[in-house]
Design a protein around this ligand. Sequence first.
Ligand code: CO
Ligand code: CO
Length: 315
Amino acid sequence: MRSDPNLIAGLEGFEDAGVYKISDDLALILTLDFFTPIVDDPYIFGQIAAVNALSDVYAMGGKPLTAMNIICFPTKKLDMSVLHDILLGGLEKIHEAGVTLVGGHSVEDDEPKYGLSVTGIIHPKKVLRNNSAWPGDKLILTKAIGTGIVSTALKGGEAPEKLLRRSIRTMTTLNRQAADLMVETPGVHACTDITGFGFLGHACEMIEGSEIGLRIFSSAVPVFEGIRDIIDEGFLPGGLYRNKNFRMPMIEVKKNVPDWLLDLLFDPQTSGGLLISIDAKEADGLLMRLKDAGVEDAAIVGDVTDELRAKIVVE
Ligand code: CO
Ligand code: CO
């Protein structure tokens, strides 16, 4: 492949977005994300898809500026009001993020799909990669997990109303507030957002091939209240098993960690939170500011150590 000295983050590694340097103090962040509906309400689906697409810019430490709609829609099967509602939900979140919609493209397709291509900006020296954690850092997670399991239960017609509302509230919350506080805090060394590979899958990306490892305090990871019941009922998404099979070779699990919780740590998330690696002496301060600002689920969920090499111990 052609190498380009201005490409700061690209296809190599597991970065959340591409980053392209324009000048010594300006780089573009470029990202694209779209998917099929995971909730019944088209407006809420639009909100979730937009929040999810914007998240990768936040995860790089950047500021999103513009967005373009990507739409697949079966105009012969579904009423156009459904499309209208999807776009309206997306637009609400685009505006909440302070982002300008500049265009988009739609195609006829059997199944609706929606998402955004987002462009953001960042100082080239302030790009937050996901594989640049330092030994001694603490890990902060900003949203509770369980959205994949709740969506699976919903498809099976078995999602308790309260859990569904909780999951939707999480998926429709922008990572903007968390990201704003993160970039104002010194000592942040790495960041990613939790999406399809699950909490542990994305944690693995942080340390794969490196000289450091992570310790995860499983009981400190924020989870949806009541999620255990639907795990026990067997509503586990296929992606959860794929994530687990793929990453277990890098992971050691202590005996005290219950099976349901380990499974949950691999649950593929939609529009999940940020996972931030930050200097231990700044971690409590950032956590307090996150809580004060309404990022209520934020928690310190582990730390970074050079006593492990490219491994994660879940305890
Ligand atoms: Co991401
Ligand atoms: Co993405």
